[in-house]
Design a protein around this ligand. Structure first.
Ligand code: AMP
Ligand code: MG
Length: 494
């Protein structure tokens, strides 16, 4: 007979088992009066958990960190990282804990982790807490990214703790439960390279290969291939971000996963009017992490990963450096290939055209958007409508765009007929609904100021289905008033 299923999650904690020196065992700080604000029932089922049990008082105690479920082995993970280009040798989970891992319904290993569960040995001066607003914000944006088809950590639950946290003003505290393919970051490698040497880096690399890149285990040069494979996933990830106007906002090396998932929704936001220099983060005054800089930063971060892998790549330092440099130098071409694939889909053009000419066609459309200060999402969606036989929206946007007629002729000539699958791909490359910044803020204000979660739930429902247009949701497709966007700022202060 099979053993009875454990009441909440069937944990199987490989990180704890395989990597002893890479974390500290730690317990969450209990919450005074936990209240479940949101549970992702579909994701709970995907993880093999029962949503009804999780929403019960006993489940909420677990999601608040007040009770440790059977099989969980909570740990704070160690990592380092370059923050805005400066190396911090000791970061780590300062307000997060990895509760444990489960194998999900699709056979994939997933981390279940808390954010905001109290101080840890890595907290430095921080309080280890998370405010409710930023927890809800991460929930919304990560679920939007998932619905947009972009690899990302997910949000399983938000629980209000009943405790206040001190930020610019006192705010209700919360615990967000985050689910990830893993929480191994470029900064995790940097920590072990800086403090423990190549033997430990090798253990971590072998762990990552087994967990995320199993095909590489048989390679004659697994660590060099790992570098290339991570670069490939990140190239694809950033291209997908660019395709929906996503600005991560804080692409420090501790916020780049080895799995290729988007992680750490702090000051992120979606661009409205197309402009590659767009930055929303209050702490990014130099624009290091602007929309258009993200591919270059991914490359910079990959070079930091490469540095940690050098001793594994070749015992001869010079040969190792040469091999790693070749991988880093090949990245721009890979990034360009992913970018071209994403934007060809957005234009509804097939893969057969001349790459340079297609690149120019895409660039010229983007230039028209920039010159005419057009909303990125609205304009591409209008292009999809034009491709489906209704040019009225696109024409209305472009009435004053002098170069548009010429561009439109080139676009039509490039793809005179569009088979159904190409049109469908175009639809799924051009969402109608993204989490508009003003809508996100309004939802959070209602939740925090009026205890009213209805706008949050409504917005969540809209962005969970981003590609099919619904008349009742027309308002959610509209950009923010320009006065809103010009002064909009996002903060790290989760
Ligand atoms: P992040 O900006 O979320 O990528 O976090 C960078 C580092 O700061 C990580 O080591 C976090 O654990 C730590 N950190 C951020 N906020 C807090 C906080 N409120 N308390 C303790 N540590 C924090
Ligand atoms: Mg982080």
């Amino acid at each position: 007979m099979n053993a009875p299923a454990p009441p909440f999650f069937a944990f199987d904690n490989s990180y704890v088992r395989d990597l002893e020196e890479f974390y500290v065992h730690w317990k969450p700080t209990p919450a005074t009066k936990p209240v479940l604000i949101r549970l992702n029932e579909e994701l709970a089922r995907e993880l093999g958990a029962d949503p009804v049990a999780l929403a019960s008082p006993a489940g909420v105690e677990i999601l608040a960190g007040n009770q440790i479920p059977e099989g969980a082995e909570p740990i704070a993970q160690a990592y380092a990282g370059h923050q805005f280009g400066q190396f911090s040798p000791q970061l780590g989970d300062g307000r997060a804990l990895l509760l444990g891992e489960v194998i999900d319904r699709n056979g994939k290993r997933r981390d279940i982790a808390f954010k905001g569960s109290g101080r840890t040995p890595f907290s430095r001066n921080g309080d280890g807490k998370c405010a409710l607003g930023p927890a809800l914000r991460e929930y919304l944006i990560s679920e939007a990214m998932h619905a947009l088809g972009i690899p990302t950590t997910r949000s399983l639950a938000v629980v209000a703790t009943g405790d206040m946290v001190r930020r610019d003003r006192a705010q209700p505290g919360a615990v967000l439960t985050r689910v990830a393919a893993s929480h191994v970051r470029v900064g995790t490698f940097q920590f072990f390279a800086a403090h423990q040497g190549p033997e430990q880096v090798k253990r971590l690399a072998d762990y990552v290969i087994a967990r995320h890149y199993p095909a590489l285990a048989a390679s004659p040069q697994p660590y060099l291939d790992l570098l290339a494979a991570v670069g490939e996933r990140q190239a694809e990830l950033v291209a997908r971000w660019l395709g929906v106007g996503f600005i991560h906002g804080v692409m420090n090396t501790d916020n780049m996963t080895l799995s290729g998932e988007t992680i750490d929704y702090g000051p992120c936001a979606f661009m409205e009017t197309y402009s590659p220099g767009t930055v929303f983060s209050s702490i990014d005054s130099a624009g290091r992490y602007a929309y258009g800089k993200q591919a270059g930063i991914a490359r910079w971060n990959l070079a930091r990963l490469a540095e940690t892998l050098l001793p594994l790549i070749d015992t001869d330092a010079e040969r190792a450096a040469q091999a790693a440099t070749a991988v880093i130098d090949a990245l721009p071409e890979r990034q360009a290939a992913h970018w071209l694939r994403v934007f060809r889909a957005k234009l509804g053009i097939d893969e057969t055209g001349d790459a340079e000419a297609d690149h120019a066609l895409i660039d010229d459309f983007l230039r028209i958007l920039k010159q005419n200060q057009l909303d990125f999402t609205v304009a591409f969606r209008a292009l999809f409508h034009a491709a489906s036989g209704d040019p009225t929206r696109l024409e209305a946007l472009m009435t004053n765009a002098t170069d548009f007629t010429d561009w439109h002729g080139r676009w039509q000539a490039r793809q005179p007929a569009r088979p159904a699958d190409l049109l469908a791909a175009m639809q799924y490359a051009n969402p109608c609904y993204i989490p508009r910044n003003h809508r996100v803020e309004a939802a959070l204000d209602a939740a925090l100021d009026d205890n009213n979660l209805a706008p949050f739930e409504r917005l969540l429902a809209v962005i969970q289905s981003p590609f099919d247009e619904r008349a009742a949701d027309a308002e959610y497709a509209k950009p923010a008033p320009s006065e809103f966007t010009t002064t909009y700022m996002t903060f790290c202060g989760t």
